[in-house]
Write a protein that binds this ligand. Structure first.
Ligand code: SF4
Ligand code: SF4
Length: 425
């Protein structure tokens, strides 16, 4: 077979096959098979690149089952950049492997939906219609195929999808300290509009003037994850052009998956003579919302929020961006809030971009494990920083009949600040 060159070959040799990552890999722990471990996948990827293995159904299935959660990177003492290896392989899989027709249709639909503003609004509309029709009740119906049952179970509660758009500009509240822009995001703006409003409110209360340029686009993360690299790069270029021309102290991102991808813009464009400098400059300004606010001298929130909260680390925040302490510190600063530790807090919930749509069986297994851990905390709310985790975990809690709510860090923090005339809330 013709060798495929999809990643710097030297990077494979960082892996010394020690196996110290195995216990951190959700798919290995669930299945116990070497080919579903980071070490096994690295061997497979290297064999593919060297032309020693065929891109057949079995190999693709093992690679598709990888969540891309990067827990293995956190665990690896040799600094293996596993995310780069698997993300490098995804476009080659899409180019060289012919998927079954239904699978191709599903991926085509996802790739057309999310990066397009109208697609994201249609997605939001379908969630609203599904919720209004009460399709979630079929999540337990034996008459419905298992995959559809799982998808119906993901539908949000009626009234919980918020598409409220942001304005172009918000002044700082009190003395101005920073000028920032916010990535409004495709899924965030169509489904989690209220969380975008909360993010703006928290930033304003902490002395930030907030800009929301309307010409921005989807970050490209879901496309890159699905192997559609060229389209993802085109979206990234548009964002670089839009945000780089603003005089910003920071570009704020409140979706962990988007933040992890955007912080890679510098690396993705390092060989592009036109975008290299602009991408590197902008990457240095990118901050997750909790990372940024946690790095400011916090203006003390004054409203009490009397809840017992636990925190779930989104993979792309904890493993992808190394942001773990700041969200917890922000939550502890909320008057009246009590924190309790979540066992396996950085274990993937099964959402993983569009993984819960492409690999529903494994996603459901991981969700069950996550919900069991959340239930053990007896918390009122589980807090996290990624829209996919919010939807996945909320669905799991509802299906298990638990009264707990999944909320974004910015939503809980925003509750602790006073509403002001002319503010976003
Ligand atoms: S990825 Fe890292 S931890 Fe895992 S086997 Fe290779 S060197 Fe060891
Ligand atoms: S990214 Fe996650 S699922 Fe994939 S090999 Fe690493 S730990 Fe396992």
């Amino acid at each position: 077979m013709e060798p495929l060159s999809f990643v710097d070959h030297e990077k494979f040799f960082d892996c010394v096959h020690c196996g110290l990552c195995l216990a951190s890999c959700p798919t290995y722990v669930e299945l116990g098979t070497e080919m579903d471990s980071p070490r096994g996948r690295i061997v497979m990827l290297r064999a593919l690149q060297e032309g020693q293995a065929q891109l057949n159904d079995e190999v693709v299935q093992h690679l598709d089952l990888c969540l891309g959660c990067r827990a293995c990177e956190t665990a690896c003492p040799s600094g293996v950049q596993y995310g780069e290896l698997i993300e490098g392989a995804r476009p080659f899989i899409e180019q060289h492997y012919r998927r079954p027709v239904l699978e191709r249709g599903k991926r085509w639909l996802m790739n057309k939906t999310f990066p397009n503003p109208w697609g994201a609004w249609l997605f939001a509309l379908s969630l609203k219609v599904g919720a209004a029709l009460g399709l979630a009740r079929f999540a337990h119906s034996e008459a419905v195929p298992a995959t559809l049952r799982y998808w119906f179970g993901l539908l949000p509660e009626r009234g919980s999808v918020s598409s409220q758009p942001l304005l172009d500009h918000y002044p700082a509240i009190g003395e101005k300290r920073r000028t920032v822009a916010v990535l409004s995001g495709c899924v965030m703006s169509a489904v989690f509009g209220a969380t975008n409003q909360s993010t703006v409110k928290v930033l304003r209360h902490n002395g930030c003037e907030v800009l929301i340029p309307k010409a921005q686009s989807c970050c490209g993360a879901l496309l890159l994850h699905n192997g559609e690299k060229q389209t993802a790069l085109a979206l990234a270029k548009r964002n670089i052009d839009v945000f780089d021309q603003l005089d910003l102290d920071a570009l704020i991102i409140n979706a962990a998956g988007c933040g992890a991808m955007m912080k890679e813009y510098g690396e993705l464009f390092k060989d592009d003579p036109v975008y290299r400098d602009k991408a590197a400059r902008l990457t240095g300004k990118m901050k997750d919302a909790a990372e940024f606010v946690g790095g400011l001298e916090l203006r003390t929130p004054t409203r009490e929020v009397r809840v017992k909260a636990t925190y779930h680390d989104a993979c792309h925040l904890a493993h992808g961006q190394g942001v773990r302490d700041q969200p917890r510190a922000l939550l502890r600063a909320i008057p009246g809030l009590r924190m309790t530790n979540l066992p396996e807090s950085d274990w993937c919930c099964g959402s993983a971009g569009t993984y819960n749509l492409t690999q529903p069986e494994m996603a459901a297994r991981l969700l069950e494990r996550k919900v069991g851990n959340i239930q053990a905390t007896e918390a009122d709310v589980v807090v996290t920083g990624n829209p996919g985790c919010l939807m996945q975990i909320q669905a799991g809690l509802r299906q298990s009949g638990l009264p707990m709510k999944a909320v974004h860090t910015m939503d809980l923090l925003a509750l602790a600040y006073e509403d002001e005339p002319g503010s976003s809330h």
